[in-house]
Design a protein around this ligand. Structure first.
Ligand SMILES: [Zn+2]
Length: 196
């Protein structure tokens, strides 16, 4: 569970937060790290990943971050580069299985690492059909980009924390407005979010 998020959303959030943009940490940056994470979080039982598979894991994670950053974004999000993404997603096999209780399942973790990564993509596909999907957010502070579950009543939260990222960005905007009003030139700011 991540802050009360349903399981599937929590798993997606946990995957995104294996990289800490703010502090520069990445739990999946080494073969050992990715191997351990897949074992612990995804039930993967196979051998350590190759460098190529490490690249695939990181690419999948950042593609998901880009997609989810659209949720609740202040400005109209640019179109997703769907063709490029689709060409790459085609490398992930998908298979279905029936559970004894009659539920259909997608991709129980297999021994192949590609299958384990496909399980993460499958979580995203299945989560899209639930209200939880739009509550998975990526902090709009570009220095943060932390993934979180938006539990606010109106689902309009923009930052991982108002006390941290929210206030920091508002203060930055305030300084910029004052500088504009006083005629001082400041560098272009692509980071400023709209007011909450
Ligand atoms: Zn943040």
């Amino acid at each position: 569970m991540v802050n009360g998020a349903p399981d599937r959303a929590a798993r997606i959030i946990a995957f995104l937060n294996t990289r800490d943009v703010d502090l520069g940490g990445d739990a999946l940056a080494t073969r050992e790290g990715l191997h351990a994470w897949l074992r612990e979080e995804r039930g993967y039982q196979g051998p350590p990943p190759s460098l190529r598979q490490m690249g695939a894991a990181s690419r999948l994670r950042e593609a998901l971050r880009e997609l989810l950053a659209r949720h609740g974004a202040a400005e109209a999000a640019p179109a997703v580069p769907a063709d490029a993404l689709n060409a790459w997603l085609a490398k992930f096999p998908v298979r279905f299985a029936a559970a004894p209780d009659g539920a259909f399942e997608v991709l129980p973790p297999g021994s192949d690492i590609v299958q384990a990564l496909a399980g993460i993509a499958a979580d995203a596909v299945l989560c899209q059909g639930s209200p939880a999907w739009l509550r998975i957010k990526v902090c709009q502070n570009p220095d943060c980009r932390w993934a979180y579950y938006d539990r606010s009543h109106s689902a309009t939260q923009k930052w991982c924390s108002m006390a941290g990222c929210g206030n920091r960005l508002k203060a930055r905007r305030h300084r910029r407005r004052k500088a504009l009003a006083s005629g001082r030139v400041m560098p272009p700011d692509s980071e400023a979010p709209a007011e909450n």
